[in-house]
Design a protein around this ligand. Structure first.
Ligand code: AMP
Length: 633
């Protein structure tokens, strides 16, 4: 974070820094996400929007930094996140530019800062003392008041200046639940139709020790359901409704993972009761007593937690503590009647939604406002950092942040880990999108028309490759061939005069016709849409077969579809005989049309409509090997 940037001009250090040839690198724990991997990120985010949308969630995009106190209050002062991991910096009031490097300006500046302290714009605490010291220092240098002093003389002042708190304490968000609750209160969402269902996605920041699946800038996709209590609401009669919300939120995450084809997903659930004597508080006391008895056998972290947060001892991953923890009292035996009933109802609701789960009594959250349902989801291929999602109910949080009594439940998915797990099950060999067509001109005169053709095809969603202007035609065709582009559209002068474009098929579509043809200019867009549909279909079915979707093999789409069918990857929808025949017709029509064969009237339009329906249906189909993904088969 910038501290006293304006001062750097004073010495030679700044010039030296600029002169030095510096190799910039991404900061430890952060990374650049690059293509083609970003395609997967986009697919994951798109799927989240789609699935969460079907559950009635809307997107919220809160800011990336917030007042430090928001996180301190909601996450808790004695957590690692707040205690050690936050990126916190002091903002500087806009009006407080740095002083010029003269005593007189320092004097003016100290006065200005003092005014802001008096006006309450910056804190009095600490600042007043420092300002006094600065004034004393300036006074001792009064002999040289208007001169341009030596840098050394000012070092003392600068040191003091760096200690001033010149604005609010801000923090890069380590998570987003606090922001969502802050926004809920700020925008009066209690007056919106209840419950309010929001999802978010974006970067979070924690100063953790980087390792595989653990970064300092990482990404979360999360959702929250918030509901302000209406008069007469709350208490035991709400139990079934709350349990339904919990189960539906969990079902939503599991549906999302299943739709992505994520393998080896395991859901663990628990109930941690609520903060009352006859429930969690009573349990924690018993737990503390039991922990005191085994204290000597525990490591230093757990020993400390007996005092600060005994529940967190249950979180311990230390091998030698496992047997001891297994013998500790379990919360399930100490839940009050309402919490017990709620937990039973959540399990019943998960069951009727077909969501498989395991109970894990050690799944806890260390803060008072967390209550009842907690859950965690793990996935394969992640080593020790295998949690891809954590969530739970937090009915007291909005009130803690100054809002009305409001129920809440939510989760956060670690997107980096989700992507790692997806890559682990299907390593990507893609090298960026393959162009659908190449567009070029046979000479300079027609280049402008070629640019127009490319532009209108791009508007139809085609990926278009254009060689540099002036590239000789055979060089351009060679380049297209190397890029495995199947179709070249060439704008030639004489053909254009006759209202046509030249089309060359560089790699045939199942030998369904001639490789050179001329298409009327007014057929260009239809032709382009057919070409795109044909490519999209092939990419999608190759992907479903576990092949590199961008790969180009001799095998035609008809054959690939047959293999899909034989491998039983196609959903039942496609296997009904009539549809199978229609699929075959579709492929044939596309292949012939692209080779320029004459087709009966309307058949191309039919192909476009049916083909796009098929594509949409294939998009809903899971990738191979996802049979055990989630529990929603
Ligand atoms: P939490 O907000 O701590 O409950 O974390 C929710 C999820 O975010 C975890 O299950 C992880 O998948 C992910 N996550 C948390 N911290 C990190 C990190 N430093 N790097 C990558 N993913 C993280």
């Amino acid at each position: 974070m910038e501290r006293v940037g304006g001062l750097s001009g004073a010495g030679t250090a700044f010039q030296e820094l600029m002169a030095e040839k510096k190799k910039f690198q991404a900061i430890k724990g952060t990374r650049d996400l690059l293509p083609p991997e970003t395609e997967l990120w986009n697919r994951v985010e798109q799927m989240a929007r789609e699935v969460f949308g079907t559950f009635g969630f809307g997107e919220i995009r809160p800011p990336i930094f917030e007042p430090t106190e928001l996180f301190a209050r909601s996450i808790g002062m004695d957590t690692d996140v707040v205690g050690k991991e936050m990126y916190t910096f002091t903002d500087r009031l806009r009006e407080l530019d740095w002083p010029k490097w003269t005593f007189s300006d320092f004097k003016r500046w100290i006065h200005l800062v003092d005014t802001f302290v008096q006006e309450g714009k910056i804190p009095r605490f600490r600042n007043e003392d420092i300002l006094d010291q600065m004034r004393a220092t300036v006074a001792s240098f009064d002999r040289d008041l208007n001169g341009a002093p030596e840098t050394d003389d000012l070092r003392e002042l600068r040191d003091l200046m760096e200690q001033l708190i010149l604005g609010d304490s801000l923090t890069l968000r380590p998570e987003a639940t606090a922001s969502v609750c802050r926004a809920y209160i700020e925008h009066g969402m209690h007056a919106w139709p209840q419950p309010v269902k929001l999802y978010y996605m974006g970067p979070m920041f924690r100063r953790e020790r980087p390792q595989k699946g653990r970064y300092r800038q990482f990404y979360q996709i999360g959702a929250e359901v918030l509901e302000t209590l209406q008069p007469g609401q709350g208490g035991a009669k709400d139990v079934p409704k709350d349990a339904t919300v919990d189960a539906e939120v969990i079902e939503m995450v599991m549906t999302f993972f299943a739709r992505l084809g994520l393998e080896g997903v395991q859901l663990e659930i628990n109930s941690i009761g609520h903060a009352a004597e006859n429930c969690r508080r009573g349990y924690v006391q018993k737990l503390k007593v039991a922990l005191e008895k085994v204290k000597e056998q525990l490591g230093p972290d757990s020993q400390r937690r007996i005092e600060t947060n005994p529940l967190r001892v249950l979180d311990s991953k230390l091998e030698r503590e496992q047997a001891i923890i297994a013998g500790l009292p379990k919360i399930a035996d100490h839940l009050c009647d309402d919490c017990k009933q709620q937990y039973a109802e959540v399990k019943r609701q998960l069951g009727l939604r077909g969501v498989k789960y395991q109970e894990n009594w050690r799944l806890v959250r260390g803060l008072d406002y967390y209550m009842r349902t907690t859950f965690e989801i793990t996935a394969r291929g992640l080593g020790s950092q295998n949690a891809v999602c954590g969530g739970g109910r937090y009915d007291g949080l909005v009130e803690l942040l100054g809002g009305l009594p409001t129920k809440g439940i939510g989760f956060a998915i670690g997107e980096d880990r989700l992507i790692l797990s997806l890559q682990h099950q299907q390593p990507s060999r893609e090298v960026g999108p393959r162009a659908d067509v190449m567009v070029t001109s046979s000479g300079e005169q027609t280049w402008q028309e070629a640019v127009r053709v490319a532009s209108s095809l791009r508007q139809q969603g085609l990926v278009v490759y254009m060689p540099n202007p002036g590239t000789r035609l055979n060089k351009a065709l060679e380049s297209a061939n190397r890029q495995k582009i199947r179709i070249a559209i060439i704008v030639g002068e004489s053909e254009m005069a006759a209202g046509k474009y030249v089309v060359r098929i560089l790699r045939p579509f199942e030998e369904e016709g001639p490789r050179d043809q001329q298409i009327p200019t007014n057929r260009l867009l239809l032709y382009g849409r057919l070409a795109k549909l044909r490519n999209d279909l092939e990419r999608k079915v190759r992907g479903l077969l576990g092949e590199n979707p961008q790969s180009f093999k001799g095998e035609g789409l008809g054959m690939i579809l047959q293999r899909l069918e034989a491998d039983k990857v196609l959903p039942n929808f496609f296997l009904r005989t009539t549809l199978k025949e229609e699929l075959r017709d579709l492929v044939q029509i596309l292949n012939r049309a692209l080779h320029g064969s004459y087709l009966t009237e309307g058949s191309e339009e039919w192909a476009l409509v049916v083909g796009n329906l098929v594509l949409a249906e294939l998009d809903r189909t899971k990738t191979p090997g996802s049979e055990d993904a989630g529990a929603l088969q």
